[in-house]
Design a protein around this ligand. Structure first.
Ligand code: BG6
Length: 488
């Protein structure tokens, strides 16, 4: 199948950090369909060869395992071309159209990896240049808007020129192997389904912790914050994958219909829950990676009095028969104690105790997303058969765990999130992409939090870099009688 992949923002950060390495991996793994061309689009005046040299030099900053050898790059570079464009100029789209028409590939993918403010312009101009043909697909990167209204405006414009089935809204968390394994665990195995409900589950914790700060993205982050950057999309998508009903089949819309129902069932916010069940924090200076690191307000591009949150913890519920009353906790932040993304399903205690077991010791299933990818099942066993335990009438149990390491089982060189998602776009598979109604529903739900913060002059709570965030986050969950998994 021949394809042209056009990267708007072809010299930008996302392109060289994520997209080119992912495309190269697919090329190296032999999964990138043959007959492809990758066209970088940017404002600079570059020849094809200069663009190839630029991309080659950027690979020096990519993980060693993902860097091409000279010979590999020479073969990969044969796919790369460059088209100079000012995205606001209609004439430049005509140049692009001529480049594409000359080859007339079966599939054309327009990957809009630009500032979101350009999304609608690009879509309008593509259509004006006749580039919204039925075999065109558009990929939109997050953030898609900064609130419900701006998100709807983008979706509205995109829908004027492209059908929903042509639009691929990326949430790279859906491309992570661990998230696909979560779908496999839930819908490819019968074991857990009977337990996957309020009768057996006490609470669910979703943590996406990063040890890095905002790095060079201070100015972007200032107007974004953790709620928009991580909760509205990645964390809620994980919550949907945990909370959704089994879809009727594996088609994209069957899956997306079920995710949408979860988002629609999220407990609506009240003034009380907004003040009790949401904690926002901002990192202060501290220690990370063995060295001293500055606070968020000292980062480049950040207002020294900033109220932007770099941490969010919240409690919600899914109001339906399966989940009524089960708290779902979400926590994400930058400059936390480690890079650690996981979902913990805590099961209820046994209904009647015959062993002498601490009440906090219950079964849990941990889905590790990163740094390692795997599953842990925490159980209790009769471990120490010592005199004391033999003599006591109610014997004590010890925690043990079944540990499934997917990196070991399937190899750590597995298909990365962007690699997987880019191949899906080229093949036209929408399963792991977000539909506009899902996205709007997620914005609808986070918006009251944004509105509440806008009127709350206290601002976020400071937390030292290298910790697990403000203590109010532990207090929030302790009110329900639980604690975050690393504190248990
Ligand atoms: C991005 C956010 O969507 O996800 C970043 O904009 C964040 O701020 C990143 O660092 C985290 O992704 P990952 O795959 O490294 O967990």
């Amino acid at each position: 199948m021949s394809f042209d992949l056009v990267l708007f923002g072809g010299t930008g950060d996302l392109t060289w950090r994520k997209l080119m390495p992912a495309l190269f991996q697919a090329f190296r793994h032999g999964t990138l369909p043959e007959g492809g061309r990758i066209i970088g689009v940017g404002r600079d005046d570059l020849s094809h060869d200069q663009y190839r040299a630029l991309i080659r030099s950027r690979f020096d900053k990519v993980d060693l395992a993902k860097r091409p050898s000279a010979e590999e790059f020479a073969r990969f570079a044969a796919l790369l071309e460059f088209v100079r464009m000012d995205l606001s100029k209609p004439d430049d789209y005509a140049t692009l159209a001529a480049t594409l028409q000359a080859r007339n590939a079966e599939t054309v993918v327009m990957y809009v990896a630009t500032a979101p403010s350009l999304f609608t312009t690009v879509c309008e101009q593509l259509a004006a240049a006749g580039l919204n043909t039925p075999h065109t697909r558009v990929v939109l990167e997050k953030p898609l808007g900064h609130d419900l209204a701006s998100n709807r405006a983008i979706n509205h414009t995109v829908r004027r020129f492209f059908e929903e089935k042509q639009v691929f809204r990326i949430d790279h968390y859906l491309g992570k192997p661990a998230v696909q394994n979560l779908f496999a665990l839930r819908f490819g195995n019968a074991l857990f389904e009977p337990l996957w409900r309020r009768e057996h589950i006490a609470n669910i914790q979703i943590t996406i912790a990063e040890d890095l700060g905002v790095e060079s993205r201070g100015a972007f982050y200032e107007t974004t914050g953790a709620l928009r950057d991580m909760v509205q999309n990645h964390a809620l998508q994980l919550l949907c994958a945990i909370g959704m009903e089994p879809p009727i089949n594996s088609h994209a819309d069957a899956i997306r219909d079920e995710k949408l129902k979860v988002l629609r069932s999220l407990k609506p916010w009240t003034q009380e829950s907004l003040s009790q069940d949401v904690v926002r924090g901002q990192y202060a200076s501290g220690t990370s990676g063995g060295g001293k690191v500055p606070g968020y307000r000292e980062e480049t591009g950040v207002n020294p009095n900033s109220h932007t949150e770099t941490f969010v913890a919240l409690r919600t519920e899914i109001e339906n028969w399966r989940w009524a009353g089960v708290p779902f906790y979400i926590r994400t932040g930058k400059r936390l104690a480690g890079r650690d993304a996981r979902i913990v399903i805590n099961f209820r205690p046994t209904p009647h105790a015959i062993f002498n077991t601490h009440s906090a010791m219950t079964n849990s299933l941990v889905i590790n997303l990163q740094p390692k990818d795997g599953l842990e099942l925490h159980l209790l066993a009769q471990g120490q058969n010592n005199r004391q335990s033999r003599s006591s009438a109610a014997q004590a149990l010890a925690p043990v765990q079944l540990d499934l390491d997917f990196d070991k089982r399937f190899g750590s060189e597995r298909v990365g999130a962007y690699e997987r998602l880019l191949l899906d776009v080229i093949d036209g598979r929408l399963n792991l992409f977000v539909r506009s109604d899902e996205q709007e529903e997620a914005w609808r739900w986070v918006e009251p939090i944004l509105d509440f913060w806008a009127t709350d002059t206290q601002g976020p709570r400071a937390y030292a870099s290298g910790t697990w965030g403000p203590s109010a986050s532990s207090a929030m969950i302790a009110r329900d009688g639980f604690c975050w998994s690393e504190e248990s």
